[in-house]
Design a protein around this ligand. Structure first.
Ligand code: SF4
Ligand SMILES: [Zn+2]
Length: 150
């Protein structure tokens, strides 16, 4: 017998349902609860999600899936229904908020620029950056010494 899947998980997403859906509380709840018609409340769905052990996994998965849909279709896509305790509207807002936040630029380790980036972040430079910076400084000194006097 195939296990019953977490009901709110839209089967048409093409992906196999993640393993944690087996622990989803919504498996044993009337799915209608998660797809309220206009005017129907969302309180019951939120209450169920609030007591679900895999709520964080669910929300993370749903947001990631919605972000993927959004990238593919060129807009912030959302899945119908309440997942991870949030309505589609609330998730869209959260996604937009997160997309607006710029991730910190990665440090080019092993370079003088990397060394300075560590300093700007207020963290001790890593070994590679310390060495890279020392190399750059000594190369400059070397070049200066070689340069003909003006
Ligand atoms: S958080 Fe809600 S929608 Fe997600 S698995 Fe749990 S009960 Fe289902
Ligand atoms: Zn570094």
């Amino acid at each position: 017998m195939t296990p019953r899947l977490a009901q709110p998980f839209a089967p048409d997403l093409g992906a196999e349902p993640p393993a944690w859906t087996l622990s989803a509380v919504c498996q044993s709840v009337d799915p209608e609860v998660f797809f309220p018609e206009k005017g129907e409340g969302v309180r019951e769905a939120k209450r169920v999600c609030g007591g679900c052990a895999v709520r964080v996994e669910c929300l993370t998965w749903t947001l990631a899936t919605e972000a993927t849909i959004g990238k593919r279709d060129g807009f912030v896509g959302h899945i119908h229904g309440i997942y991870g305790g949030l309505t589609a509207q609330e998730r869209t807002r959260l996604l937009k908020q997160r997309q607006g936040e710029r991730p910190p630029r990665p440090i080019a380790h092993g370079t003088e620029a990397g060394y300075k980036a560590h300093q700007r972040r207020g963290e001790p430079p890593c070994r590679a950056c310390t060495d890279g910076s020392a190399r750059a400084v000594s190369a400059r000194r070397h070049a200066n010494r070689k340069a003909p006097a003006a």
